[in-house]
Design a protein around this ligand. Structure first.
Ligand code: SF4
Length: 1003
């Protein structure tokens, strides 16, 4: 039987009332509040201890409004949450300035620097860990303050009596009272604390506690309200509006004591009714009915209480309770999504998803997103801001500025430049048209040259690419260098060893403006919230304005604050609403259906992380929340949910990750046992419907090029090699033009180091030719002098060419040193070659030849087969002889293998034929290439006698004839669009980019 609302007396006594937290709870509460209004002829002030049921209470008041209300109480009673009520305290402007969370973290940081005793404790922590620990320290300090500050309440009340005095003087007095109280409490608490950890914490508490703490402000606000009601009572001769306190959740003992005392004090000036929840007819388990005793232990139910619980279970059993088991995680999320969908189909519009298993709830949410805008999803569990696209983009900027002074890695750079909030045109002050494709071009250059890190490396790679473009009649893209310079400027601004917090914030804002990110973030819902969070770092004019810290410390603070922030989705009108919330948020709220996901024995009940510093026993002493209290509260919340909501789906995963069976929560099992006698509560095994289909074994991939597919009329040596290796691969990569996205981990032949070696050798031999023309040069002083000149200059050229790369990435120094070890042996080989009559002639020459073929339509096609030869030599005494050389940054063994398959990789033959057929173009008029050689730049030099540096093409005329015949056949087949079959040895397939398309291994 519900209790009737008490008759309001003017006995200056706290009155108690209790409501039953079932489906009718809000109506009962609303009727009671109206009853109070009618009795007192006043508009009551209703304060709820938690904010969750606020809207529900207001709606219930509106629905239950009595007819014929006197005009002075016609307005709805004022309903407000405790937190809002504190904020609305009269004269709150005079209170000490509220410290933000960030300021409190910084206070931990400052105290750490000041006090040696505390430093040792934080030593082992990384920067991110240290800020996390700072948060835990602050929470623990608040817990200690919660215990101590209530003892100050009478002093605070007395201080507020005089708050009409000068605000500053008043504040000083508050500080003084607090200091005295802390000093006194510190002595008392120190005696109780034995371990070092708690002793350090107490020291922190002593240093950190100040009048801007939320606990102190809470007490000041309560005192201010009390003061106001007292003044009201005096001025209005006792007709003050009644105060109704609704205890929506079990309070911590320390809060219980505080509010009990406060309500008694308040009752001296106004009618006060405290509303509790009565679990008598709602509790489904004894612990929910009996609660805990004064010692914090769970009370054991007696026989009559057991009977009461049984009665509650039997009378509240709904057909709408469903117990669903899913075997795997994915099934769990799928079942949750399906349950919600079934409620929506049944036209239920207000649905709750209780996220006992947060991951499964997130996954279910993702599955539900296909329902589109007709379902509004409100995530009350706190969607982290850090998981949004805006935060990821901002993070890419932070990664850029935290890079070492040489510069970031190419992936970090590209990640930043490719973030959707970076405004390239704005950054370069150019029109958007100029910037089209710029970042993709930069990525291509960095990938192709394997420029992995460092500003100088990036610039060198771009200059090389630009140089190549101009040499081939293209126009170099100057914006690429401008882009690197712009990003480098952003990075350099952060390179000082110590940052001042306030100037770091200004710098950050300038950077975000310059990169156009601030403007774009402003236009995005999550971006806007992110900018708001960043504003907290504006410490100008505050206590920590001049605080200095290292960049990694500041960055990890920034990241920790963003990590703590929640993203609030903008509400939009929709046909139905799904609220994702924790179990505690379902208290006194009404839903058409509730789905609880994660009801297994491991996740229900779920306990909050224990405070870092306090044992359960110490928690009890500090009168804060204990495991037992949380257990009881959850039993009550679940009872309330099951009793008051008609449709509840309880879903659990019946197999753990390791395949072990998982049972439903003990509460559910106990309900099953209790219900067995009456109507058994069956578990429904969720089964995913398998999709049926006939599979057909895949055959070897073959493709016939479509008639509309154009075939290139130029073929590079590498493209021809691809065609020889595997026609299907050629089809995918050269005809369809499909490319795999590359990253920097993959090795390339054309690495920046390899290209650099080629450039060094070209420059060196050109310099040698020039030097030879100088009649007085030391180079003419005999074989030894020539050798020395060559070694010295090759060393010098190498140092110079590698210098920039090493500035960008010091690891490249190893490559330089390896190469320098090769130089004497390389020079020896060159001198030996010269003694045979060969002389360096030219390098890096584009060269090729043209074939005429007739396609199936009878149309003649000129196909150009061409590439770039590394080097040509000519013979001094044989005026008709020339040689082509290809440098390879590979071991000789690899080159020997290559030579065995020369017809499949005929690069040197292409150059030889090209140069012979077009000797003028090759700048060797009148000569024919008779010799072709591969030269290794990584020869084994351990034993000079055994060093092999060169591998010649053997039987040159024979292979050349075979190649000439083969290439015509291959091109004829290609232009005839014959089927292109996938075949290649595994050694080729291993690195093939088209493997995912040809499905090698499946056939
Ligand atoms: S994986 Fe092998 S068979 Fe398939 S396309 Fe590549 S090279 Fe050819």
């Amino acid at each position: 039987m519900p209790q009737s609302f008490p008759a309001i007396s003017d006995q200056k006594q706290l009155q108690q009332w209790a409501i039953t937290p079932n489906a009718g709870a809000l109506t009962e509460l609303a009727k009671g509040i109206w009853d109070c209004a009618m009795q007192t002829k006043q508009r009551p002030l209703v304060v709820l201890s938690t904010a969750g049921p606020l809207i529900g209470v207001r709606a219930a008041l509106e629905q239950n409004r009595p007819k014929d209300l006197p005009s002075n109480i016609a307005f709805l009673p004022q309903v407000i949450s405790f937190a809002d009520w504190l904020d609305a305290a009269p004269g709150a402007w005079k209170f000490p300035k509220k410290q933000s969370d960030l300021e409190r973290w910084l206070s931990v940081f400052v105290n750490l620097r000041k006090h040696k005793t505390l430093q040792a404790w934080f030593k082992a922590e990384s920067e991110a860990g240290a800020w996390g620990l700072a948060q835990a320290v602050i929470d623990a300090c608040d817990t200690l303050s919660e215990l101590v500050v209530p003892q100050l309440q009478s002093e605070l009340n007395a201080l507020l009596d005089t708050h009409s005095l000068d605000a500053q003087a008043w504040l000083k007095r508050v500080e003084l009272v607090l200091d005295q109280a802390i000093a006194k409490a510190y002595v008392g608490l120190s005696k109780k604390v034995v371990d070092e950890e708690s002793a350090v914490l107490l020291t922190f508490w002593r240093y950190l506690t100040n009048v801007g703490d939320p606990v102190i402000r809470k007490h000041l606000a309560m005192a201010a309200h009390l003061q106001a009601v007292k003044e009201n009572a005096e001025n209005s001769h006792g007709t003050v509006r009644p105060f109704i306190w609704v205890q929506t959740a079990d309070p911590k003992p320390v809060d219980q004591e505080l509010i009990d005392r406060y309500l008694i004090d308040y009752a001296q000036f106004a009618s006060v009714v405290r509303v509790n929840l009565d679990w008598q007819t709602v509790a489904l388990w004894p612990e929910a009915l009996c609660g805990q005793n004064a010692e914090g232990e769970i009370v054991i139910a007696d026989a009559s209480e057991q009977q009461q619980v049984e009665q509650n279970i039997n009378s509240s059993r709904h057909d709408g309770w469903r117990l669903l088991a899913a075997r795997r995680f994915e099934e769990l999320a799928w079942v949750a999504a399906k349950s919600i969908e079934s409620h929506l189909i049944a036209k239920r519009k207000n649905i709750a998803l209780v996220a006992q298993d947060r991951l499964a709830a997130r996954r279910a949410r993702a599955l539900l997103s296909r329902l589109g805008s007709s379902l509004r999803i409100r995530d009350e569990t706190g969607w982290k801001l850090s998981t949004t696209r805006a935060a990821a983009a901002f993070d890419s900027f932070l990664e850029l500025i935290r890079a070492p002074k040489e510069g970031p890695s190419a992936s970090v750079l590209l990640e930043f430049l490719q973030n959707p909030y970076f405004d390239l045109a704005h950054s370069l002050q150019k029109s958007p048209e100029v910037c089209v494709g710029l970042i993709a071009q930069l990525e291509d250059i960095l990938l192709a040259s394997q420029a992995k890190s460092g500003w100088e490396t990036f610039i060198a790679a771009i200059e090389k690419a630009n140089g190549y473009t101009s040499a081939h009649g293209g126009s170099p893209n100057e914006q690429l260098i401008a882009l690197i310079r712009f990003t480098k400027k952003l990075h350099l601004a952060w390179q000082s060893p110590l940052l001042q917090c306030s100037s770091a914030y200004s710098q950050l804002q300038i950077n975000l403006q310059d990169a156009g990110m601030a403007q774009r973030l402003e236009k995005d819902a999550a971006g806007k919230q992110l900018l708001e969070v960043l504003k907290r770092f504006d410490l100008r004019g505050g206590l920590y304005n001049n605080l200095e810290m290292r960049l990694p410390e500041w960055l990890s603070l920034l990241k920790t604050v963003i990590e703590e922030a929640s993203y609030e989705e903008a509400g939009k009108e929709a046909e139905a609403t799904l609220s994702i919330l924790p179990l505690s948020s379902t208290r006194l709220r009404e839903f058409d259906a509730v789905v609880v996901v994660g009801c297994d024995e491991q996740q229900l009940p779920a306990f909050s992380e224990p405070p870092l510093f306090f044992s359960d026993a110490l928690n009890r002493y500090l009168k804060t929340s204990t495991i037992a209290a949380q257990y009881i509260q959850q039993a009550r919340d679940l009872s309330q949910l099951l009793v008051s909501c008609k449709r509840v789906d309880l879903i659990w995963q019946s197999k753990s990750k390791s395949g072990e069976p998982l049972r439903p929560s003990a509460w559910i099992q106990r309900l099953q046992v209790a219900l067995k006698k009456e109507i058994p509560w069956e578990v429904v095994e969720a089964k995913l419907k398998p999709y049926e289909g006939q599979s057909q074994p895949i055959q070897t991939s073959v493709s016939i090029p479509d008639v509309d597919l154009s075939i290139p009329t130029t073929v590079s040596p590498s493209a021809y090699k691809a065609l020889r290796d595997c026609p299907y691969r050629y089809y995918v990569s050269n005809l369809l033009g499909l490319r795999k996205a590359k990253d920097f981990e993959e090795g390339f032949d054309a690495s920046l180091a390899g290209q650099t070696l080629h450039a060094i050798l070209k420059n060196f031999f050109q310099a040698l030719k020039t030097e030879e023309k100088k009649s007085h040069s030391s180079i003419h002083g005999g074989a030894d002098a020539r050798r020395q000149w060559m070694i010295d200059h090759l060393m010098k050229f190498s140092e110079k060419e590698f210098e920039k790369l090493i500035a960008g990435d010091a690891r490249i120094l190893g490559t330089l040193r390896d190469w320098q070890k090769q130089i004497p042996s390389f020079v020896k080989w060159q001198l030996d070659r010269e003694s045979e009559g060969w002389r360096y002639h030219d390098a890096e020459l584009p060269i090729g030849f043209t074939l005429e073929i007739t396609d199936p339509n009878g149309v003649k096609q000129d196909i150009r087969i061409a590439g770039r030869a590394d080097r040509f030599d000519i013979h001094q005494s044989d005026t008709g002889a020339a040689a082509v050389i290809d440098y390879k940054n590979q071991k000789i063994k690899k080159i020997t293998q290559r030579a065995e398959n020369i017809l499949d990789d005929p690069q040197l033959l292409i150059y030889a034929r090209g140069a012979t057929e077009n000797s003028t173009e090759a700048r060797i008029p009148g000569r024919a290439v008779e010799q072709a050689e591969w030269v290794t730049l990584r020869a084994d030099i351990k034993d000079e006698e055994k060093t092999i540096r060169v591998h010649p093409v053997e039987n040159m005329s024979g292979v050349m004839a075979a190649f000439s015949e083969q290439v015509v056949n291959d091109l004829n087949d290609l232009w005839a669009r014959k089927p292109m079959t996938a075949f290649a040895p595994d050694s080729v397939c291993q690195y093939c980019e088209a493997r995912g398309i040809c499905r090698k291994g499946m056939w």
